[in-house]
Design a protein around this ligand. Structure first.
Ligand SMILES: Cc1cc2nc3c(=O)[nH]c(=O)nc-3n(C[C@H](O)[C@H](O)[C@H](O)COP(=O)(O)OP(=O)(O)OC[C@H]3O[C@@H](n4cnc5c(N)ncnc54)[C@H](O)[C@@H]3O)c2cc1C
Length: 413
């Protein structure tokens, strides 16, 4: 037993956490607050790398909307996850930040951010507090699975070591941005136990579109105030044109609808509404009234008031559909619903999150894997999905806390 733990009167055997992201750290804090010693193992040279990356976009921690609406963002998520969020809702996260000296604010979209708009001060304060509470951290320890006798196997810079079996939480993340640590390699040992795992797929990710070479000149430009429709799904916001296709908030919001369409048909198509505030009749009228000596492109741009990026998309779709210049109605309708064939998602490498993961079905009410008593799961490695907007971190914090409480209940007797 490390001396630091004995000094704090923590004499029982340590709980083990593998994975030092938001879910693992929140679980560690919950166990330490209950007076239990915790050893945390992390494969990278430092903790919370993806959390720091999330901070580059302002660190959207959670969302201020009504909790019943909030919970709908997780689709058909397990009741276990929804219960965890009810027990540790957005207000609790705000209070937790405040206690770490990092007050939060609600942005105009309802998203909640730390006032510092980045993760580093929050993570620093959190790690200091965890250390003061007695957390023992083992960096550069990559979990490999179990020995036949049930000990945990780790690859370390000094070679492979084993750690005696103890109540263990895996909080290993999904597989997006693998260079930040979470690479999904846990699917091997966990799958070998017989625990069901839905294949890991990119979510909140860019999409691939077979743009013509004309689109290269607008790569990197935004499409502002657009609406995306896929069947019954509709979302408004911004997107960014990339060489591969499209990315950005409104595209990420469409992840689940696109994934369903791709799974059903192998291909998918989305309609881009480039001018949601203009009726097609109005655009057609303005096209008819436009100066006839202007080029058709110039008349289109003026009639629909489109930026260069939106014009490029419109021309791209018009060319593909073979629309003739001068067909006012057809072009006006195209402004409101430009059909874009989607080839698929860009890879996990740059996806914000991972869909799929370890099934909730194989967990009991204490978040314990029924196939392996003493093993618990939390965070993004579990099979849930949500859009951006703070819902990802919210679920990671809440599930880390809930799984730690489950570990305490399970080992209480
Ligand atoms: C660019 C970007 C921006 C984002 N912005 C936001 C945002 O603003 N709001 C939001 O809610 N969410 C955001 N997210 C998502 C959010 O960061 C993740 O959902 C969250 O970090 C997942 O937490 P986790 O603890 O489950 O996993 P992770 O944070 O991935 O942590 C898992 C940890 O386990 C470690 N690990 C993995 N395998 C092993 C192994 N075999 N042995 C030992 N250790 C291992 C990893 O190194 C890692 O440290 C963003 C993500 C990205 C990539």
């Amino acid at each position: 037993m490390p001396r630091g733990l004995q000094d704090r009167g923590m004499t029982s055997d340590p709980f083990l956490i593998i994975g030092g992201g938001p879910a693992g750290l929140m679980a560690a804090e919950t166990l330490l607050d209950a007076g239990r010693p915790v050893h945390l193992y992390e494969r990278m040279p430092s903790l919370g790398r993806k959390f720091l990356m999330a901070g580059r976009g302002g660190l959207n921690l959670t969302h201020a909307e009504d909790l019943s609406r909030f919970l709908t963002r997780y689709g058909e998520a397990s009741p276990l996850l929804l219960e965890a969020i009810r027990a540790f809702p957005p207000d609790a996260i705000r209070q937790w930040c405040e206690d770490l000296g990092q007050p939060t604010f609600v942005g105009s979209s309802g998203r909640i951010f730390p006032e510092a708009m980045k993760a580093s001060p929050l993570l620093r304060a959190w790690l200091r507090r965890l250390e003061a509470k007695g957390l023992v951290v083992h960096l550069r320890h990559r979990w490999l699975g179990w020995t036949e006798a049930g000990a945990l196997r780790f690859e370390t810079p000094e070679g492979e070591i084993t750690v005696a079996a103890a109540p263990t939480l895996l909080a290993l993340g999904g597989a997006s941005w693998p260079r930040l640590g979470a690479d999904g390699s846990w699917t091997g040992p966990l799958g070998a136990l017989g625990h069901a795992i839905t294949p890991l797929e990119p979510s909140n990710a860019g999409i691939r579109i077979a743009w013509s070479p004309f689109m290269a000149k607008v790569a990197g430009q935004p499409l502002k105030r657009i609406t995306v429709r896929i069947g019954w799904f509709e979302a408004s916001g911004e997107a960014m044109i990339t060489r591969q296709g499209l990315e950005g908030g409104v595209i990420y919001a469409a992840s689940a609808a696109l994934r369903r369409a791709l799974a059903r048909n192998g291909t998918a198509s989305l309609d881009l509404d480039l001018r949601p505030d203009f009726r097609p009749e109005w655009i057609a009228h303005r096209l008819r009234e436009g100066r006839s000596k202007d080029s058709w492109t110039s008349r289109l741009r003026k009639a629909a008031g489109l930026q260069p990026a939106a014009m490029a998309v419109l021309n791209e779709c018009g060319r593909r559909l073979g629309l003739a210049p001068g067909d006012h109605e057809a072009w006006a309708n195209l402004v409101r619903a430009a059909p874009i064939p989607v080839e698929g998602f860009c890879g996990l490498d740059r996806a914000i999150s991972t869909a799929g993961g370890a099934a909730f079905d194989g967990l009991d009410a204490n978040w314990m894997v029924t196939q392996r008593p003493g093993l618990f799961l939390a965070g993004e490695m579990l099979d849930w999905d949500a859009p951006t907007g703070g819902y990802l971190l919210q679920a990671c914090f809440a599930s880390g806390r809930a799984a730690a409480l489950g570990m305490l209940r399970q080992t209480a007797g």
